[in-house]
Design a protein around this ligand. Sequence first.
Ligand SMILES: Nc1ncnc2c1ncn2[C@@H]1O[C@H](COP(=O)(O)OP(=O)(O)OP(=O)(O)O)[C@@H](O)[C@H]1O
Length: 502
Amino acid sequence: MTKEEIKEKKRKSQDDLKTERKKHKKDKKDKKDKKDKKDKKDKKDKKDKHKNSSVDSDVVTEKPSETDISAFYEENEVSVDYPVEKHIQPVLKFDELSLDSRIKSALSVFSKPTPIQSVSWPYLLSGKDVIGVAETGSGKTFAFGVPAINKLVSQSGKPKGVQVLVISPTRELASQIYDNLVLLTEKANLDCCCVYGGVPKHEQREKLKKTQVVVATPGRLLDLMQEGSVDLSNVSYLVLDEADRMLEKGFEEDIKNIIKATNTKGRQTLMFTATWPKEVRELASSFMSDPVKVSIGNRDELSANKRITQIVEVIDQFQKEKKLLELLKKYQSGAKKDDKVLIFALYKKEAARVERNLNYNGYKVAAIHGDLSQQQRTQALNEFKSGASNLLLATDVAARGLDIPNVKTVINLTFPLTVEDYVHRIGRTGRAGQTGTAHTLFTEQEKHLAGALVNVLNGANQPVPEELKKFGTHTKKKEHSAYGAFYKDVDMNKKPKKITFD
Ligand SMILES: Nc1ncnc2c1ncn2[C@@H]1O[C@H](COP(=O)(O)OP(=O)(O)OP(=O)(O)O)[C@@H](O)[C@H]1O
């Protein structure tokens, strides 16, 4: 090849490269334009979708403006999984809702509905089955509770038999839901009864004879059903609170047996939770009829409350208890000395050891775990709620649902067995619009959960420590949902052990 030919070839290949680059740039631009166009269209569709949603005149008395609704949907990242033509507009103020005046008066302590209440109430009041997914501490108890009691008071005459049943995974949570529902039933001259294990049955049997509303943990409820002390055949409003926990494989049979005993034809079924993993969705739908799924925030991915500052520290597991003492100094000294701190351990043996160690170091600590009697558990929780004690040590029995005022910090001394449990645990702070901090000690033992934790941190715009990234960011699929918060040793080869609620 002559020099000229070589030059010509070089020039040609440079031209080719230029054309290639130009083409690539153009493709990229086209792609971007296409995406922008699609985003614009999606946004428009979303707006139109809300415009198209109908007002159910029976449940909504006043119509909020379309602009208000669009702004509300966007601000709260509301998603309603239901055919557009069947959508019902949300209620943005209590006044917009057609509710019994006694129930309205019980709500007057609040200024307006929370987003999950705004969106789910119109569907619930018109008799629809609803799956409600919203962050921890966002008012889900009244979201399902208000329509339940309103349904009872709308009947002519005093309703007979148990008509509303709420199932909850722990005794403490059942008791808290009961405390909330009683605020409504008392006003409406109805009875509410709470049924859970660890306390004598006699009083519960007596109350069951005349109540219309029951809040229960599954174990004790089944026990009372088997001895014939409760008839669920009139239950026409059934709620699974912390629904994903209640649908885990180890609990499936108990829940099926309870649901079978309810009024299967005319029943309205509700599932509420802050985490809705794919694994439970199919089973959930088998108990529901044409459900509306309402989510607040982007809840298709596991996500934590964004008002919680999440700090994750990767440390050697033998350093954990020393580190805990440092953290308590950090979170409970000076101006913060009376701040409430909740510490999570994983196993009850671990909790008992840490409790001794904290007492030895001069901390007055209340504790809730499975080795304690129900009376001790209730007393510890009450002391922490009232502020008589500002340090509570708990296992995952306290991870879900508990609404304890002013918990400033959650410390995860040992990481839970699932990242869903992590989201629930840290959700004990930052409730009802407040902020909070979650400080988590992460060790190599939990490295298989690192990827999922990184996703949760990223999703809430929290810093991800380099040491955590080193464990790899792949997410391990949950192999069996029975290894939840109440499970002891995780051996993936073993058949899942049946977990019972009491
Ligand atoms: N409309 C409202 N406005 C302000 N606060 C409210 C409203 N409704 C309920 N709350 C309060 O918000 C707090 C949290 O409510 P709740 O315990 O029902 O949360 P949750 O969504 O069930 O949380 P979790 O997922 O942890 O179970 C409670 O103290 C409750 O009284």
